[in-house]
Ligand binder design. Structure first.
Ligand SMILES: Cc1ncc(COP(=O)(O)O)c(C=O)c1O
Length: 390
């Protein structure tokens, strides 16, 4: 059977090759350390786990309203008030299967064929294919290491054309970990909003920002720009609940209605028992995150120190759990890009990293430090020795 054109046009994931190879080497009995993971290594709070168990025991298994239980949507709205002072009603919040489905729904209900979506690179892997699946055109804006991979106002202004419909901002960023200052993020958003663009702010790492840096949310602009703004968040990274698939979005009632229609015709409500756990998480105490942030900040410091030994340059990330160093000085002979370098490191050092090309920058690799300090030291020492051989 011939597959549909739209899926044929979506490029295969650049991370798949490295992952498949890592699996193959593991099967052969090789010792492989993965610094390629995109999830935290801590546990969610006990009360969140208990809420899941209670919901199972109560057989809370029925269909629910498509956008989520009203009390959960209210808890989602309260989140934006509690952390960022944004006044939102439950009707302006909807729950989907992870931040990912929130983004997918937004693109599907907002984009028409030919619309252009501005995506600053390095970007999270799924933005361009999701935009393409909505029939629109991803327009990548390269940023520079000299500016810590932050988009500048000039770069943004230059990129806006007659077909531009939307801008995606992501802070803290996957893959760079960079957290914009409030002044910079708001200035970028306002430039786009005042030119009539729709702005999506992907804030799934907002709870993982390290002091003295503070998280910034574009929900601060909520009251002024309701019709042009969507704030995407999730419990995946902050509560270490990646597999439960809980994402929520703040946007106008009209867009929420459209996304409810779409989700109602595709997968309906997110898992019922998961909604009960999500409610406990959102209504609960976020203080447990202080210790996690401290731990991640220590690992960040350690990883940066180890990278300095390798004379690799990368922005000092203030959030998430990734580093995105430039490695192009090691491109020699057979090693000609980020993919061949990652393949080499996998074979020679037994360490899996993600090639930067997956994030739109072939001169870099992504290193996740969501592993213990011992594993981090072990892995980066192996990388060090392998790179010295090039
Ligand atoms: C920047 C960014 N946005 C969205 C997502 C999707 O998150 P979720 O697992 O909640 O779908 C991820 C996951 O890695 C991410 O890194």
């Amino acid at each position: 059977m011939q597959l549909a054109q739209r899926i044929l046009e979506v490029p295969p994931s650049a991370t798949l090759a490295v992952n498949a190879k890592a699996q193959e080497l593991k099967k052969q009995g090789k010792d492989i350390i993965s610094l390629a993971v995109g999830e935290p290594d801590f546990s969610p709070p006990t009360e969140v786990k208990n809420a899941l168990l209670e919901a199972v025991n109560e057989e809370f298994f029925q269909y629910l309203p498509v956008p989520g239980l009203t009390e959960l949507r209210q808890a989602g709205a309260n989140y934006f008030k509690r952390f960022y002072g944004a006044e939102a009603s439950f009707e302006e919040v909807m729950f989907s299967n992870g931040g990912k489905q929130c983004l997918y729904n937004l693109f599907q209900v907002l984009l028409n064929p030919g619309d252009e979506v501005l995506i600053p690179a390095p970007y999270w892997v799924s933005y361009p294919p999701m935009v393409q699946l909505a029939g629109a055109v991803p327009k990548i804006i390269p940023t520079s290491l000299e500016n810590d991979f932050e988009l500048t106002l000039e770069e943004l202004e230059r990129s806006i054309g007659p077909k531009t419909k939307m801008l995606i901002l992501n802070s803290p960023s996957n893959p760079t970990g960079v957290n914009y200052s409030e002044k910079k993020l708001v200035a970028l958003a306002k430039l786009a909003l005042e030119k009539g663009l729709f702005v999506i702010s992907d804030e799934v790492y907002d709870q993982l920002v390290y002091a003295p840096s503070i998280p910034v949310s574009l929900s601060r602009l909520w009251t002024e720009y309701k019709d042009q703004l969507a704030i995407v968040n999730a419990l995946s990274k902050s509560f270490a609940l990646t597999g439960l698939r809980v994402g929520f979005v703040l946007t106008s009632k009209n867009i929420i209605k459209a996304m409810t229609k779409l989700q109602g015709q595709s997968c309906s409500n997110i898992c019922s028992i998961v909604q009960r756990a999500a409610l406990v998480a959102l209504q609960g105490d976020f203080n447990f995150l202080d210790e996690k942030r401290k731990l991640l900040r220590e690992r960040r410091n350690l990883a940066i120190k180890l990278l300095n030994n390798l004379e690799l340059v990368c922005p000092r990330p203030d959030g998430a759990f990734y580093l995105f160093p430039e490695i192009k000085k090691y491109f020699k002979g057979e090693i000609k890009d980020s993919t061949s370098l990652c393949n080499y490191l996998l074979e020679e050092a037994g360490v899996a990293l993600v090639p930067g090309i997956a994030f739109g920058d072939d001169n870099c690799v992504r290193i996740s430090y969501a592993v213990s300090q011992e594993v981090l030291v072990q892995a980066l020492e192996k990388v060090y020795h392998a790179l010295k051989k090039i």
